[in-house]
Design a protein around this ligand. Structure first.
Ligand SMILES: C[S@@+](CC[C@H](N)C(=O)[O-])C[C@H]1O[C@@H](n2cnc3c(N)ncnc32)[C@H](O)[C@@H]1O
Length: 237
């Protein structure tokens, strides 16, 4: 399937140069910041994704936007027979995956232009990465292209809770989180973009529609921790 060039980023936090700069700055403190800011719940979110992937028993899996490799490492433990390829467009983050986690098969790659052949993976995972890509439809079309027919996709990302929790959560996102992140990473600016990116990122039915427009079927959304994060699963026809 031909892949169109990525369209211009809609938001600063989708600008590849900005995103690379952010992750280059925080690469060495990323793991610690993650656990501190989420109070360790991020491990539970990745476990929910891992459980879904284990049910698929893929022979070959791509963990896209792998970052420091925290999810790829967990998947590797749960699926010892699976060949896991870990890709990211940030060299400093991939260095963490190599030096801290000794992950094999690391590939420097942009999610909107993947250097893999059509139908080359049985499953693809992307945790907290799609939101920052310059074009969500282009990235999803690329994911579909590299998955084989019948292959599976799991996307994990932030969302906004509904109901009474939405207003206090937004206060937390805009006012508390950047300060916490500044303490954890020494870089407040790097996390100021996070709240806006979460506000703009499609979630629930809107994300399921995007997945189906990209050619996936049976897209489902499962909210975690009162809707702060959503796990999307979909399949290639
Ligand atoms: C928040 S980290 C998530 C890392 C890991 N998946 C996790 O669960 O902790 C986001 C990662 O996405 C990567 N990323 C953002 N845009 C990307 C793109 N267009 N192509 C590949 N990687 C990208 C960043 O470099 C960063 O390492």
């Amino acid at each position: 399937m031909p892949v169109e060039p990525p369209s211009a980023p809609q938001l600063r936090q989708q600008d590849p140069a900005f995103v690379r700069g952010v992750f280059a700055e925080i690469a060495q403190r990323y793991d610690r910041a993650n656990s501190l800011i989420s109070g360790g719940i991020d491990a539970r979110w990745r476990r929910a994704l891992t459980r879904a992937v284990v049910a698929w028993q893929p022979a070959r899996l791509l963990d896209l936007a792998t970052g420091s490799g925290v999810l790829a490492e967990q998947l590797g433990r749960a699926l010892p027979e699976t060949e896991i390829v870990s890709a990211d467009f940030s060299l400093p983050m991939l260095r963490q995956a190599r030096d801290v986690r000794q992950l094999p098969r690391l590939v420097l790659a942009d999610g909107t232009r993947l250097p893999f052949r059509d139908s080359s993976f049985d499953a693809l995972t992307v945790a907290f990465g799609l939101r920052n890509m310059s074009s969500w439809p282009t990235a999803l079309a690329e994911m579909r292209r590299v998955l084989r027919p019948g292959g599976h996709l799991a996307v994990l990302d932030f969302s906004l809770p509904g109901g009474w929790l939405r207003a206090p959560y937004r206060l937390y996102l805009h006012w508390v989180l950047p300060k916490l992140a500044a303490l954890a990473t020494g870089s407040r600016a790097s996390y100021e973009y996070l709240a806006e990116s979460i506000e703009k990122f499609p979630s629930g039915n809107a994300m399921c529609r995007l997945l189906e427009e990209a050619g996936f079927r049976q897209a489902t959304a499962q909210t975690l921790t009162l809707g702060v994060v959503t796990l999307y699963l979909a399949e290639v026809p």
